[in-house]
Write a protein that binds this ligand. Structure first.
Ligand code: B3K
Ligand code: ZN
Length: 905
């Protein structure tokens, strides 16, 4: 194990920078093997800082020369300690001239300046700028940048950086240059450059104030037929931000550049967003409906950062959710508004909540649990988490729920009025929300400081005589690493009451209320450990609809009967809770089935391998309770008044991961078998309905990613996947026919996925044809790997075989995610092979990847987060694998942090 454990950084040790930077001029002589960077910055001493030294950060490059106010510094003039270069006794006004030499083509971490497919790209957030030059690389140092790029004209005809293009021309020697100037102050993490042989789709676009701006989407040659959707998404994003928040584009030019090798989704560099190709390139041939949706969402997200992140940025990295939580909230609202209909919005909400529950709730309950505003970290890149992003977005959403849309907008306006051009904290954002609305949001701070998912339990009592319905809510929050005890949160709980005909009752929270316009949803504010709310004038005992639209990121429990859940599923006016009721019902049935299987297994084991009991546990004839669930699902499936997209989410069973989180001890195989058994049972019982749905939801004609068609395809393909559980000739024919006649990737991939999970004779042939047809489309080959990695029949040996395929490489993050991560996180039944072979595979790849790309390796490392919850002997084997990784020499800080926290907590 490495001995020089990297240091932990603490939030409460924040010290303002000793020097502020005013102006930065950079000159790049780009060369893949040796790029020279000359940086000239003017700095002034910061009167508000106790720090006396001029502190710069840098690593993984060669320092050629450093001059201060014209005089060259020798190593005796500064102290170099790890990444930190300290210059003591620097004057108040400093001009620093630094020359560094880099080797971009050997940079496999994809942080700083690197080469992808022969072109240059940068990634500076969080701390990549320090791999380009020595600099006060921290977000509270904001400066204006001028950037000169010089490179070979033939190989790199396109030279881009932040802001506006000032000048370009020839250098005579086969080289050329471009000079860029960003008129806005920015932190170094927003710096970017791109140089290479690229082409662009461009459009002039008129802003609300009448200014014309130039929009560009840059891609490699051959991809111009895949940029239209990203361009449309960008235009929609610009319009939306103008309309919803009155925020305008502040530059003359806005560029998006797609790159195939990228650690995450995209990056909001000022005026020069750099994107993973996965979130730019689309046409019906290569992209699915989900891809189309994701592109719109990520383009929106990065564009919205221009205000929430760039114009107002983070004081330090602990405040990351200030920009990320807020920007996720903004992109979620954007996506919902783009769909428009109530039921479409609900489907978006359901999708977001599914992600939150499946990944963030798990994170909150595991060894990496941290508050939305963390208190410490070893490697900041490990904190771009679902807690900071998705829970952070829920926290922002709660402001809107508590203050109303108008109130929220007032808060946003005040936030920009106060902080434009500044680097600020989550407290500053909360203060703007409170002050703009005259509200005390002191207690709300706990959403930022306390980790863990709060549990809210509700009980109720109806008094027919007094016509009151009393709801008692209590809250608690489990301990998390470093936080034993939690204080009560400020939780908005949206509640409705349904009468026996399923209609919303008017709500009166005070006696004798008879306001004609009484609301049918009330936002109860739970601020204490236990609180009672009394509804008056309640004419009959209602069924409560609790936490409507998922008004807070909590686990809510209430003892609903099965009949009440079925009733809510049928009647609730809140579509989110309608879906929720169905999920609760399905989860109940699945957990009962899991228990039965476990019992049957243990009985079978005592009778030496006799599996008759297992068969009886998953009998094909549904029990009365299962029949009730299936009846309710039938009602939903047949309900023509419900949007196809809604029916699709309502008919989908909770995932295996979701079910795991519901169990104290995880038995992955029992969960897998139970879910499969229930799916088969549903398929058998609803075969006719699924067939009918399949045929009724075809989308003939040219492909369109509009919400209606997307919903239809989703429902049709869900019907197909259920029918395929029957694994009979009729279903094989259906999927083969769909595969052969598909005119878009959504239908094609759905059919191929079904095929790969079946015993259909034509599966291997189509899998091979698919590869041949798309072997030049990297994003489609990723899909080809993923669909096999997550197929039921793919065991560890098969995934190892796929890793030997010539198209597989550890160098490309998308490819690694598509196979290795997809298998380890998306194929639980095989990954958790009882012999521990899945874990051995995992350990090998974490170690191998860490030497190439620590960020991607650390992400893979997190697959083991929940190891303590698994049944024996899995748990022990997982621990062994974790220890194997921990014992490996020279691990990165990224992986070390994840593994050591996992073993410690
Ligand atoms: N801000 C970037 C994420 C950078 C991740 C650095 N490890 C993308 C985004 O959230 O928009
Ligand atoms: Zn972001």
């Amino acid at each position: 194990m490495r001995t020089d454990t990297p240091p932990t950084i603490y939030r409460n040790q924040y010290v303002p920078p000793g020097y502020l930077v005013e102006q930065v001029e950079m000159g790049f002589d780009l060369d893949p093997a040796e790029t020279r960077v000359a940086t000239r910055s003017t700095l002034v001493k910061n009167p508000d800082s106790p720090e006396r030294d001029l502190v710069l950060y840098g690593h993984e490059m060669r320092l050629v020369q450093i001059r201060m106010n014209g005089k060259e510094l020798t190593p005796a003039d500064y102290r170099l300690d790890g990444e930190t270069l300290r210059i003591p006794n620097a004057p108040d006004q400093v001009t620093l001239e630094i020359e560094t030499a880099l080797n971009p083509e050997s940079n496999t971490s994809l942080m700083g300046l690197y080469v992808s497919n022969g072109n240059f790209f940068t990634q500076c957030e969080a701390e990549g700028f320090r791999k380009i030059t020595y600099f006060p690389d921290r977000p509270d140092v904001m400066a204006k940048y001028t950037v000169m790029l010089r490179a070979d004209k033939k190989r790199y005809p396109v030279l881009l950086s932040n802001g506006n293009l000032i000048e370009q021309g020839d250098l005579g020697d086969g080289r050329h240059y471009a000079l860029w100037e960003d008129p806005f102050k920015k932190p170094s993490y927003l710096f970017a450059l791109v140089a290479g042989d690229l082409v662009c789709q461009e459009e002039a676009f008129l802003l609300k104030d009448g200014r014309e701006v130039l929009l560009q989407v840059w891609v490699e040659h051959g991809n111009l037929d895949k940029t239209q959707h990203a361009m449309d998404s960008l235009k929609n994003s610009i319009r939306w931000d103008e309309e919803r928040f009155n925020l305008e584009l502040d530059l003359d030019r806005f560029m998006i550049v797609a790159v195939g090798d990228f650690n995450m989704g995209a990056m909001e560099n000022k005026g020069l967003n750099i994107f993973n190709t996965k979130f730019v390139l689309a046409n019906p041939r290569i992209a699915t409906d989900i891809d189309y949706f994701n592109i719109e969402s990520v383009v929106g997200h990065e564009y919205f950062h221009n205000w929430t992140g760039n114009r107002v940025t983070c004081r330090d990295w602990f405040q990351l959710s200030l920009k990320e939580g807020l920007t996720v909230f903004r992109d979620q609202e954007f996506s919902a508004d783009m769909i428009g209909t109530d039921s479409g919005r609900a489907v978006r909400r359901i999708d977001d909540v599914r992600v939150l529950r499946q990944t963030q709730f798990a994170e909150d309950a595991g060894p990496m649990a941290h508050p939305v505003r963390p208190d410490s970290y070893i490697e900041i890149n490990n904190f771009y988490t679902v807690t900071v992003y998705e829970k952070g977005s829920e926290v922002v959403r709660m402001y809107q729920t508590l203050l109303g849309r108008e109130g929220f907008n007032r808060g946003m306006a005040l936030y920009f009025e106060r902080h434009d051009g500044q680097a600020v904290t989550c407290d500053d954002f909360r203060a703007a929300m409170a002050d703009a609305n005259g509200r005390d949001l002191t207690q709300f701070e706990r959403w930022y400081s306390q980790a863990g998912t709060p549990h809210v339990s509700a009980t109720s009592e109806y008094d027919g005589h007094a016509r009151t319905f009393t709801l008692t809510l209590s809250q608690s929050c489990p301990p998390t690493p470093g936080q034993e005890k939690k204080l009560p949160f400020h939780i908005p709980v949206a509640v409705g009451l349904l009468d026996s005909s399923g209609r919303d009752m008017p709500l009166h929270l005070a006696p004798h209320g008879n306001a004609p316009e009484a609301p049918t949803t009330a936002i109860l504010e739970l601020t204490e450990e236990r609180q009672t709310f009394v509804f008056h004038e309640v004419s009959e005992c209602p069924v409560p609809s609790l936490l409507r639209n998922f008004s807070a990121p909590v686990v809510l429990s209430y003892e609903y009967t099965d009949a009440e859940l079925a009733f809510l599923m049928e009647h609730d006016s809140d579509p989110f809770n309608r879906w929720e009721a169905g999920q609760r019902l399905a989860t109940r049935r699945l957990l009962v089935l899991v228990d039965k299987l476990l019992l049957a297994d243990s009985v079978a084991q005592t009778f030496d391998g006799e599996d008759a009991d297992v068969q009886s546990a998953t009998a094909r004839v549904p029990s009365a309770e299962q029949a009730a669930l299936i009846g309710a699902l039938r009602g939903t499936l047949r309900h023509a008044g419900l949007d196809p997209a809604f029916r699709e989410v309502a008919l989908s069973l909770p995932s295996e991961t979701m079910l795991s989180e519901e169990m104290d001890v995880i038995h992955p195989h029992a969960i897998h078998r139970a879910r499969l058994a229930l799916r088969r049972m549903i398929a058998e019982q609803l075969r006719e309905e699924f067939l009918e749905t399949y045929h009724a939801n075809q989308t003939p004609g040219p492909y369109s990613p509009d919400p209606q068609s997307v919903g239809k395809r989703a429902l049709k393909n869900l019907a197909l996947s259920y029918l395929c559980e029957l694994d009979d000739e009729a279903s094989h024919e259906l999927m083969e026919r769909q595969y052969d006649h598909a005119t878009n990737m959504t239908d094609r991939l759905a059919a191929l996925t079904a095929l790969v999970n079946s015993r259909a004779a034509g599966r291997q042939d189509r899998l091979n044809r698919f590869f041949e047809e798309f072997k030049h489309e990297a994003l489609v080959i990723d899909k080809w790997f993923t669909l096999q990695a997550t197929a039921r029949g793919t065991d560890v040996a098969a995934v190892r075989e796929l890793a030997r395929h010539p198209a597989f490489t550890l160098r490309n993050p998308n490819r690694v995610r598509s196979l290795v991560l997809a298998f380890c996180s998306g194929n639980p039944a095989q990954f958790h092979a009882p012999d521990g072979s899945g874990y051995a595979f995992w350990a090998e790849y974490v170690i191998a990847l860490d030497a190439i790309n620590p960020q991607v390796a650390a992400r893979l490392a997190r697959v083991m987060d929940r190891w303590r919850k698994y049944a024996q002997p899995l748990r022990e084997k997982m621990r062994e694998a974790l220890e194997r990784v921990a014992a490996s020499p020279s691990l990165s800080g990224d992986v070390l942090e994840v593994i050591s926290k996992s073993l410690a907590n």
